[in-house]
Structures are given as C-alpha cells and as structure tokens.
Design a protein around this ligand. Sequence first.
Ligand SMILES: Cc1cc2nc3c(=O)[nH]c(=O)nc-3n(C[C@H](O)[C@H](O)[C@H](O)COP(=O)(O)OP(=O)(O)OC[C@H]3O[C@@H](n4cnc5c(N)ncnc54)[C@H](O)[C@@H]3O)c2cc1C
Length: 378
Amino acid sequence: MYFDTVVAGGSVAGLLCAREIAAGGFSVLVIEEDYEIGTPEHCGGLVSIAGLEELGIIPFRKTFDHQIESAEVCAPNNNCFTINSKKQKVVEISRRELDKQIAFQAQKNGAQIKVRTSFQEITDSGIRTNEENVDCKIFVDARGVSSLIHKDRTGILSSAQYEIYADWIKKGKVEVIFDQEKYPGFFAWVIPSGEGKGKVGVAGRGIKVAETLENFLNEKGEYSTIRKIFAPIWIKGPISKFVEGKTIIIGDAAGQAKPTTAGGIFTSGMGGVYAGQAIVKFLKTNNESELEEYQKRWTERFGKEFEKQVFARKILERLDNQTINKLFESITPEIIRDISEKDDFDFHTGSIVKLLGMKGSIKTAQALIGGELKKLLS
Ligand SMILES: Cc1cc2nc3c(=O)[nH]c(=O)nc-3n(C[C@H](O)[C@H](O)[C@H](O)COP(=O)(O)OP(=O)(O)OC[C@H]3O[C@@H](n4cnc5c(N)ncnc54)[C@H](O)[C@@H]3O)c2cc1C
C-alpha cells in the first residue's frame, strides 16, 4: 500500500494537515489508534472564533456549544476579579464534534482515515502499523503529548478533568483559580458547557490530580460526575526541530500548545495547516527546503508569543501564595476594564503583563521576579 503521506494521529493537527495535503491533490492516510475520531475527548473546548476561522472551520450546530461571556480569576485567598470576555469572542465547543467535522472536511478533499490503527515504527520505505506496512514519501507525527513523553518528561504536567453536572456552574462563565500549594505552577479551572454543566479540572507539578480535583469539587458544592479524564499536558513550548528528514512533527507532538494554559486547538491546529501546505509544495517540487518553510511560518506567527508565555510560566512557578495575593490586591478596575476591552485570547501575554502590574509598578515586580521581567516586557 502506498500513500504520498501518512499521518499518525487523527485529532485536530493531524486531520487539518491531511485536509491540506488532500486539497493539494496528493494521497494521504490518517491512522488513529482510538476507536473513534474525537473520542476520548481530552479538552476543555475553549477556542476563539477568529482562531476557528483561520483554521478554516465554521462550527456546525452540533460542534458549537455556547459563547463565553466572562472569566472569573481567583487568588489563593479567594480574592477574585472578573474580566468581561464578550469582545474576545471565545466559544466552548465539543471536541468530539469538532474533530469529526475536520475529518469530514479531510475526507471530502480525498484523504483516507482509519481508526483503531496505530503507528508502530518507521521503516525504510514508510511506516509499520499494527496491521501492515504502508509506504510513503512523508510521515507526519501528530500523536500529541504522547510523542513527547519519550523525548523530554520535564515539560509535562499531569492533569485531571471531570465532566460534571452542578448547580454552581454558570453558563458563559469560566473560572480560573490560582493556588501554588494546591496546583503548583498551574491552576484549577471551570469551563461551562451550559447552565449547570461543564468541565472542571486541575493540573500542577507533582500533585495527585484526582485527589486534588476531588478536594476542589467538594469545596465548591454538590455535583455529579459524568466522565473523568486524566491526560498529560506539555508546558515547555515548541521543540527545536519540527522537521527531521522526511518526518514532520506537528501539533502538541511538536510542543505547539500554549505554555501558559496548554490550550492548543488553534496553535497546534495551525501547525497542521502550515505543515500540510509545506508538504504539498515539497511533493510538487521534490525540494526539501519547502518542508522547512513549515517551521519558519509557525515560528513567525507564534514564536515570540510562545517565548513570552514560557517566561510568564517561569514567573508563575516562582510566586508563592502570599505574593499572588498581593499582586491581586494591586489589580485596579482600570486594568480589568483595559483587559476586557483589548485582550486577545490567542496572544494573551499583553494581559499577563497588565495583570502583574508590571507597567505601572516595575519596582515591585522586579523585586519579585528579577531579570526575566525584561524578557516578558520586550
Ligand atoms: C485537560 C485538557 C484540557 C484542554 N483544554 C483545552 C482548551 O480548552 N482549549 C484548547 O485550545 N486546548 C485545550 N487543550 C489542549 C488540546 O486538547 C490540544 O492542544 C489539542 O488536542 C492538540 O491536538 P493534536 O492533534 O496536536 O494532538 P491530540 O489532540 O493529543 O491528538 C493526538 C492523537 O494521536 C493519537 N495517537 C497517539 N499515538 C498514536 C499512535 N501510535 N498511532 C496512531 N494514533 C496515535 C491519539 O489517540 C490522539 O487522537 C486541553 C488539553 C487537556 C489535556
């Protein structure tokens, strides 16, 4: 069996990559080891409308759940502020449906998709799956964080996310809770999928995520659990090489999820789009430098923002609860209004700078976080 390209991983990055390759007129096979595209869903489903549009997706009715109106952000001492996020046009979508929608786009363009088929290894002429050998010119690794676990464990945090029903979940209102003792280096989150239902999760360095999440839920109030997922997240930013000979690494497998929140529908998805377009150019010309264009394009678009997010993360990892409480106290209604008016969900380090009060009170921030501050401000 021969395909111009084989993609391992039938999720957002792999399917978008296949869609682009098939649109360019080349043969492409996507193999997905799970038994269904979009399942098991391991995602909060938050994404900007602008991001979806750039990925070339107009969400079907089934895919689109609802628009997020506000985000409540809380300090360890429960001092919270609320950002009005209407202008950012962020929606909560069903990943089960979104991934199927992209699979449908890819199929319409001529891609082939096989589930319950897993990539095993690269061979001299292509790859070996659990079923057979497949010859190909290009192999795309879109296996998500599982591909990174073997390369570098230091950028991985454990996360737990439960889908629950609970009266205290309010439609349209996301919650983010910082507490360095409970969720070191990360946070707890509540993402509604409607009134009284949603996805609640925690991540952090060296914590027992199930126990931590259950403690969080018990403090919040009554709830019923509908589904539990445990998944690693990658928070170290892009790997150094996206292209290794005829192997192209895309999406979370290439570290393309945001280092601050591990959100990657848009940024990992764009990795798939750029890689697919570069592979088409390579297949037309046989010029290997075309493949390198993929990394250049992704880095031009997201490189600077991701560098800043890595620094923002380093800062967070150094702050203790007392310092976070103090920083929250210095957040003024003007700062919140400014963020509500101007924040960009996909490029959000500008808002982090404002929240840390750095522009206004450089001295305090400098004392807290030293030299890395300059890099975040640059
Ligand atoms: C708890 C949680 C919440 C999140 N919330 C958000 C959010 O709200 N917004 C957001 O933008 N992002 C969020 N993300 C991140 C988002 O889910 C990922 O960035 C995105 O799914 C990355 O897409 P991907 O295609 O690169 O990889 P993945 O979605 O991880 O897909 C990899 C695919 O490869 C398959 N695979 C693995 N090994 C093999 C193999 N050997 N052979 C064949 N197939 C294989 C897997 O089964 C999987 O389908 C969240 C992540 C987690 C864990």
